[in-house]
Unconditional design. Structure first.
Ligand SMILES: [Zn+2]
Length: 281
């Protein structure tokens, strides 16, 4: 089978400047040694470069069967992505990564709950990933559904996880509905940064890794009309230092109280929708 890699290798032998020379090693899988050598900053740069290739239509073409064989004995991904389930936002493709490169956790609306936290604690503390990216996206049905307060089976509880981000967007003019593009964009961004903040606010494991500079947390929004990823603010390089700051990730801007209607007591975990925590003002 003729792959781009073999063609480019041939080009290199002939002394021809080829794109592969700028993405050398792109088809070699991540090993423990390779993972240990990469810094969180380099991991972020690797994803940025991958998205640039994706947008430019210059993705690396690797023989995936070779990679299956190369990763059969274990994995050492350099990053983890928390993204939406939307079919237009597959992280491996959007960031032009291949088998064994990244962990991917996907759920409608890319929110954080206990199960997501546990998965990401495994990806980082146990498996060694250096970067977590919360990846929201434009035209997100989950975000739109949460804004419109859609009620449907278990989806109702799932969308409630996006509600805090909606309530925190108070500075956008015009109607706060899905037809207001600025409001929708602001909620989409806030939902991603809110989830990123929760990672360290709710996980001591992740917070300690960040404080030890072994992990970076970033948030971004993928544009489904262009394929481009826009990065939001500065990546987290330290966890909140006070309990106020940590709780601020959950309650900033509003003095909301979360209550469990069954127990009539404040929910310790505002994301604990298994207990059907609801908000009170
Ligand atoms: Zn979505």
């Amino acid at each position: 089978m003729i792959t781009r890699r073999s063609v480019l290798t041939g080009a290199a032998l002939l002394g021809v400047s080829a794109f592969s020379t700028r993405v050398h090693g792109a088809c070699s899988v991540f090993t423990r040694a390779k993972q240990a050598a990469i810094t969180p900053e380099q991991a972020l740069e690797r994803l940025k470069e991958g998205n640039a290739r994706f947008v430019a239509g210059r993705t690396v073409q690797c023989d995936l069967r070779e990679q299956v064989q190369a990763t059969a004995g274990g994995q050492a991904p350099f990053a983890a992505i928390l993204g939406c389930m939307d079919s237009r936002v597959p992280p491996e493709l959007v960031f032009d990564q291949v088998i064994g490169d990244i962990f991917v956790v996907r759920i409608a609306g890319n929110f954080v709950n206990t199960d997501i936290l546990g998965s990401l604690e495994y990806a980082t503390q146990v498996a060694g990933a250096k970067l977590i990216v919360v990846l929201g996206h434009t035209d997100c049905g989950a975000v739109k559904g949460a804004i419109e307060e859609v009620k449907l089976g278990n989806l109702t509880a799932a969308l409630a996880n996006i509600r805090p981000a909606i309530l925190e967007v108070t500075d956008v003019e015009g109607p706060h509905d899905v037809n207001n593009k600025k409001f929708l964009r602001a909620v989409t961004e806030r939902n991603a940064t809110y989830a990123a903040a929760l990672l360290t606010a709710r996980s001591e494991v992740l917070g300690d890794l960040v404080n030890d500079h072994k992990l970076m947390i970033a948030s971004a929004v993928h544009d489904v009309s262009t394929g481009a990823v826009a990065w939001l603010g500065n990546p987290a390089t330290s966890k909140p230092t006070t309990s106020n700051q940590a709780s601020g990730a959950r309650r900033s801007g509003n003095d909301r109280v979360l209550r469990d209607p069954d127990g009539d007591k404040a929910c310790a975990d505002p994301q604990d929708h298994d207990r059907h925590c609801t908000e009170e003002r």
